[in-house]
Design a protein around this ligand. Structure first.
Ligand code: FAD
Length: 415
């Protein structure tokens, strides 16, 4: 099959490799001028620091000092390690700098001959069903090109379009407001009173970076207020913003900067909502979180979050490609739809918010193994889950220093 792959990040590269190994003809369209997706660091920030309506959008959300928050042996594609047997070097730290991850992905593309499959500066603007296949419109620096494919793998990432919650009074606030998408270095906040909103991975990391530089640091998003530690105060989200800061009912706290570490939105501007729709950041309907039951030659690779992304994306690609190759027979659309409904309703009944339905967390091993079994691949090795849990415990215990802690578990070497 001729298969279009949208995006040359970790998901698109893995998918192209799997497609080609299975005898298909992938072609990758990448809107940027280099591969690596989010790992292609961009020092420039947007004119709209909240990233809601920038004149010249910046793709990458990576900041200057970022080191991975996963150990590299866990993070790697399973048969391509982060040392010199794969795409890296043995003297890199176990939690490598973002530039190392980019080198690793570039080496992956080189070693598996994927570079020649990529069209750069090629932004897919439309994907429509056409005569049993798909027609793509691609913007090549102003010139529109049209292509026909048998199948499409959407690997366009979901850490680039900021999610900024609406807080009453935000328009009156006179200080600086920015989203972590446009955060690069802590030094520019020296001597400032900074409020960070959001307690996810970026919030936790950026708070550690800012601590030595700022005058005061307010970290909001906790279920209740915690005792202040030094310059750091932890509070729930504010009720509203005022001209000079944040208001928590009877308490008001002044801040020069409000930094939103409040996550990102799924965005498929090239897909009609009749194919897949996004409501409250839930992408539906998708069987196995990958394909719409009525359009099984359209695969979305890389949606789940709170996961170990590279191995999981590769397994999603293997599963999707097995369906294209006919090695895995999908149930009829009505059966897939019914299964999606049962599984979604069970999660909603368990109290999962719609916007967290793609958050796998503790469910990721089961999800991976289900895909693996369905497409005839081996299960995750037990050490994988053990290392993931050990790394998470270390991160929670020592948010400032976990990257330099020794983890007792290592994954057995393959190959
Ligand atoms: P991306 O890397 O976002 O790539 C998508 C590609 O699609 C981009 O190159 C983009 O230009 C292209 N594209 C988008 N739309 C179009 C279009 N219309 N036409 C053509 N091309 C298009 N993961 C880890 O494993 N370890 C970490 O430590 C880690 N830290 C992270 C820290 C931050 C701050 C962020 C934001 C993410 C982090 N991640 C981490 C997650 C990371 O995003 C994934 O590991 C992974 O790189 C995502 O790959 P992807 O291919 O799905 O998306």
């Amino acid at each position: 099959m001729r298969v279009a792959v949208i995006g040359a990040g970790a998901a698109g590269l893995a998918t192209a490799r799997v497609l080609r190994d299975a005898g298909h003809q992938p072609h990758i369209f990448e809107q940027g001028v280099r591969l690596g997706g989010i790992w292609a660091y961009e020092p420039r920030v947007e004119d709209d620091l909240l990233g809601l309506n920038p004149k010249k959008p910046v793709y990458s959300s990576i900041y200057d000092n970022l080191r991975t928050n996963l150990p590299s042996d866990l993070m790697a594609y399973p048969d391509y390690p982060f040392d010199e047997r794969g795409g890296g070097q043995s003297d890199w730290p176990r939690y490598p700098h973002h530039s190392h991850v980019l080198t690793y992905l570039e080496n992956f593309a080189r070693d598996f001959n994927l570079e020649s499959l990529v069209s750069f500066a090629a932004r897919v603007t439309s994907v429509v069903p056409n005569d049993g296949g798909w027609q793509l419109e691609v913007d090549r620096q102003g010139a529109v090109e049209v292509y026909d494919f048998d199948a499409v793998a959407v690997c366009n990432g979901h850490f680039s379009r900021p999610r900024v919650p609406e807080i009453p009074g935000a328009d009156q606030y006179s200080g600086m407001q920015l989203h972590s998408h446009n955060y690069r270095r802590p030094e520019i906040f020296a001597g400032k009173r900074v409020a960070v909103l959001g307690t996810g991975a970026s919030g936790a990391d950026i708070v550690q970076e800012l601590k030595p530089h700022v005058t005061s640091l307010l970290w909001c998003g906790f279920s209740e207020a915690n005792a202040p530690r030094g310059r750091l105060r932890q509070l729930p989200l504010p009720n509203e913003l005022t001209a000079t800061g944040l208001s928590f009912g009877s308490d008001s706290i002044a801040a020069d900067v409000i930094l939103y570490c409040t996550g990102y939105l799924y965005d498929f501007p090239f897909l009609d909502a009749a194919l897949v729709d996004v409501q409250d950041n839930h992408v539906a309907p998708l069987y196995r979180d990958i394909l719409p039951p009525d359009w099984p030659t359209l695969g979305l690779i890389g949606l789940p979050f709170l996961v170990v992304p590279f191995p999981l994306y590769e397994m999603q690609a293997k599963w999707f490609v097995a369906t294209l190759s006919g090695r895995l027979r999908l149930p009829p659309p009505a059966t897939m739809r019914a299964e999606i409904e049962v599984e979604t309703n069970a999660l909603l009944r368990d109290g999962v918010a719609p916007r967290h339905l793609h958050r796998l967390g503790a469910r990721q091993d089961d999800y991976y193994n289900r895909l693996a079994r369905e497409c005839g691949e081996p299960d995750l090795i037990p050490e994988f889950g053990e290392l993931a849990r050990a790394a998470q415990a270390s991160r929670q215990r020592n948010p400032a220093g976990f990257r330099d802690e020794r983890l007792a578990i290592t994954l057995p070497r393959r190959g």
